[in-house]
Ligand binder design. Structure first.
Ligand code: ATP
Ligand code: MG
Length: 220
């Protein structure tokens, strides 16, 4: 029998999406032979104050702009369309229903997998049993077999968590939002269309472009 095709699911708030997310997804795709990586921006991240999270449609569009040039990346509106808190367990159950013939790998950074292991996500033990996980290194977090053992709420041996080394990118959406608010650069931290979108829509307290800047063409 041919090996099952494998899909990667990359969930997040993406407020905004940055190169840390993109490098993680692409590295997972290549290292684990994923057919596609599906980005799933959430609507209402259960751990965040909804008033402090940018409108889901802005986050969705920025994720779309950032992933458009990679033919192996797609984006799903599943969580954006679903009312209430965006629980990953519901998303994985739904993707398994939609893709019965494919294996699923949920891609996370080190911070997220440690939260799941500690039982901080909805139905964490069931989530851990439902699919494979690809957990990427992230500056500021220790991720190894000992960390998994020490944080594992299930007490079971978890052979379905795969570690992945990625080039260290100390980039976070929190830092990008802070930088924008302070007028500091975010160029080379996010794809250029995302940077332009943030400026055009005045997200995160970005100063609107002056009329002369907005009119300027690349040939000026
Ligand atoms: P925030 O600072 O607002 O929490 P974030 O940068 O952590 O934003 P999220 O949308 O919360 O981004 O993260 C989505 C997923 O991407 C999580 O699994 C997270 O661990 C992972 N991730 C985010 N940034 C990085 C990075 N620089 N390296 C590796 N993984 C990352
Ligand atoms: Mg985060």
């Amino acid at each position: 029998m041919a090996p099952r095709r494998r899909l990667g699911i990359m969930g997040g708030t993406f407020d905004p999406i940055h190169y840390g997310h993109l490098v993680t997804a692409e590295e997972a795709r290549v290292q684990f032979g994923l057919e596609q990586v599906i980005f799933v921006p959430n609507r209402h991240p259960p751990h965040k104050d909804p008033r402090e999270v940018t409108d889901p449609e802005h986050r969705y569009l920025m994720t779309f702009l950032a992933t458009a040039t990679n033919p192996h990346f797609t984006i799903s509106r599943l969580e954006i369309e679903r009312e209430g808190p965006s629980y990953t367990i519901d998303t994985i159950v739904e993707f398994k229903r939609r893709h019965p013939d494919e294996a699923l790998s949920y891609i996370t950074g080190a911070d997220a997998i440690l939260q799941i292991l500690r039982g901080e996500w909805e139905d964490s033990p069931r989530l851990l049993a439902l699919c494979d996980f690809i957990a990427a290194t992230r500056p500021g977090f220790v991720l190894d077999h000992d960390a998994v053992r020490a944080n594992n709420v299930t007490g079971r041996r978890l052979d379905n968590i795969h570690f992945m080394e990625i080039p260290a990118l100390a980039i976070s959406s929190t830092d990008i939002r802070r930088r924008v608010a302070l007028g500091r650069p975010i160029k080379y931290l996010v794809p250029e269309p995302v940077e332009s979108y943030i400026v055009q829509h005045g997200l995160y307290g970005a100063a609107a472009p002056t009329r002369a800047e907005a009119r300027r063409s690349p040939d000026d």
